[in-house]
Each structure stands twice: as C-alpha cells, then as structure tokens.
Design a protein around this ligand. Structure first.
Ligand SMILES: NC(=O)c1ccc[n+]([C@@H]2O[C@H](COP(=O)([O-])OP(=O)(O)OC[C@H]3O[C@@H](n4cnc5c(N)ncnc54)[C@H](OP(=O)(O)O)[C@@H]3O)[C@@H](O)[C@H]2O)c1
Length: 290
C-alpha cells in the first residue's frame, strides 16, 4: 500500500515542484478511466491526470509537460466508444488520432518516453492472428482513429512504446464482465456472439507489466492476457445463462473484426485470461464458471 506517496494533480497548473523535483516523474493521462485506475494501484509514485488535462489542447499539453518535465508519460486517455465513434468521427479522430501526436511532440521536446495504448481493432480480423509488424487495416472508425494515433506518435518522436491490447476488463469502468453480470440478473438468457475471437485482458495485469515494456526498445508491443476465446466463451466463464448467437443476429453500427488475436513476440506472456478473470470476479464475491 503506497498511496501516501502518490502525487495527485487535480489541475494542470498545480505542479508541486517540491514533490516532483527530485524524482523521475511519471505522468499518467486519462487516469480516471479503467486502465488509468489500474496504474493508480501499480505505480508507487506518479502524477495522475484526468480530464483536467485535455489531450486535444496542444498548448496546454506543451505548457504542462514543460513545467512538470516528466521522464515517462503513460497515455490512457482515449475516446473508447466504438459505436459512438461511427456517429462522431471527427471527435474520435481528434482524441484518438490527432491528440497522441501532440503528446508525442511534447514528449520529444523534453526527452520523455511516451507509452501509448492502442487496440486490436487496428486490424481487420481476416487473419486468425496478428503480430506486432503485421499491416493494420481497420474496419471501423474507432480502429481508424487509433491507427492514426499510432502513426502520429511514430512520426513525431523516437522514444515511444505503443502497446496494443484487447478486450479490457477491470474495476472502475464500463466493461464486458460487469455488463454480463448485470444482464444475467435482468434477463433469463443473455445472447452473446460466438463468431468473434480475441484475448480478454485484465487492466491490473496490463498495468503491472507496463514498466517492464518501458525498459525495452522503442516500438510496438502486443500485450494481452494469454488464451483466445469468443465473446460467448468469455461470457460463459462469467455467467451461467449465456447463449451463443452470430454477429448477423446482433447487428451493430461499427463492424467488428472476426479475429482480433494479438500475438506477442517481444515479451513474456501475461497469465491466462481465466486466471485473471478469477481474480477480478473474486473481488465481486463470484467465481469463474467452467
Ligand atoms: N476498453 C477496451 O476494451 C480496450 C481495448 C483495447 C484497447 N484499449 C485502449 O486502452 C486505453 C485505455 O482504455 P480504457 O478502457 O481504460 O478507456 P476508458 O475507460 O474509456 O478511459 C479513457 C479515459 O480517457 C479520458 N478522456 C477522453 N477524452 C479525453 C481528453 N480529450 N483529454 C483527457 N482525457 C480524456 C476519459 O474521460 P471521460 O470518462 O471523462 O470521457 C476516460 O477517463 C485506450 O487507449 C483504449 O483505446 C481499450
């Protein structure tokens, strides 16, 4: 338990120079999101910024980075509404595509490492699995916007770690696990698609592994829990009353890749998603269904 040592900044202007001058400062952006919260429990000492620092405001970013001079910036901020991105293309492109370029430029100016999170949805899902250097080809606006973000980061700086991950679950977020539990209570049978495959990933595991990636070479990394499943198989592990259906039976605005299985060729794997899920469910007084 280390919370006493944590420096929490509630507004970009409030840099406490006494608290930050000696240490190598780590700045976490999007700290109130699902993944951002996981970093709160992993990092011993960091500056956590929520919405107060709007990543789409280039001047603010540049000013704040120059004032704080972090050694490492971990960007968890994003517009993650996959369906909403279809309706709000410009906004998705701004937050997920253009703003990461601002962060990269500001990091380059002060010599900071940028850790930027991206997604399996940069791929089209026509292959069964994807390695880090496979060519992305998104099939929805969210995926397009995240790909633009990757490109802008790579264009504007050298010392980046782009970490692609998938199917996140964890505390403090709207996630599939909690949605299944809610639906399971409200309806007799919960229909879940059984023809889209991926790798569920626990935010805590991802956050814990991130410092190790920072020590590695710049580049793109794939980081997920181990093991592949369909959304239905994932649901069955959470609730007893899931039943399988096809993507056609469950039409959505945004197309989803059929296979968005990220293969990690650069680091040790994380544990199996079932074991990670067991830990998450335990916090809720529940168990994995077999
Ligand atoms: N969730 C998944 O299944 C998944 C899968 C693959 C990859 N990823 C990637 O993993 C990263 C973390 O995702 P997550 O699930 O933790 O997302 P999340 O829970 O939606 O958190 C994102 C955070 O970013 C904040 N934010 C949005 N626009 C911002 C802006 N302009 N300036 C500053 N903050 C802003 C949001 O604030 P508000 O809540 O106020 O909007 C929210 O707190 C993202 O890069 C995402 O693309 C997620």
């Amino acid at each position: 338990m280390v919370s006493e040592e944590r420096v929490v900044v509630e507004a970009p202007q409030e840099v406490n120079e006494e608290e930050t001058q000696d240490a190598e400062v780590i700045l976490v952006l999007g700290a109130n999101g699902m993944l951002g919260h996981a970093f709160r429990s992993v990092l011993r000492k960091a500056v956590f910024c929520g919405r107060q620092l709007d990543i789409t405001k280039q001047d603010q970013i540049s000013l704040y980075f120059n004032k704080l001079r972090p050694a490492i910036v971990i960007n968890c901020a994003a517009y993650t509404d996959v369906e909403g991105s279809e309706d709000h293309r410009d906004y998705a492109m701004l937050v997920n595509g253009i703003a990461p370029g601002y962060l990269a430029e500001a990091c380059e100016q002060i010599g900071a490492v940028l850790v930027h999170f991206s997604t399996d949805y940069v791929f089209d899902g026509t292959e069964q699995e994807y390695q880090e250097d496979d060519i992305p080809h998104p099939i929805n606006v969210y995926g397009e916007s995240k790909l633009l973000g990757e490109q802008n980061v790579m264009k504007r700086m050298d010392d980046y770690r782009i970490i692609r991950t998938s199917w996140l679950f964890g505390p403090y977020g709207k996630n599939f696990v909690d949605t299944m539990i809610d639906l399971s209570r409200k309806t007799e049978q919960v229909k879940v698609v059984n023809d889209q495959f991926g790798k569920p990933t626990y935010t805590n595991d991802l956050a814990q592994k991130t410092p190790e990636i920072v020590k590695k070479n710049p580049g793109i990394y794939h980081l997920t829990n181990d093991g592949v499943c369909s959304w239905y198989e994932f649901a069955r592990a959470i609730i007893p009353n899931a039943i399988p259906c096809t993507t056609e039976e469950f039409p959505r605005k945004a197309r989803r890749p059929k296979y968005s299985v990220l293969v990690n060729t650069k680091t040790d794997s994380l544990r199996l998603w079932r074991d990670a899920l067991a830990d998450y469910l335990k916090m809720k007084g529940r168990e994995v269904h077999t």
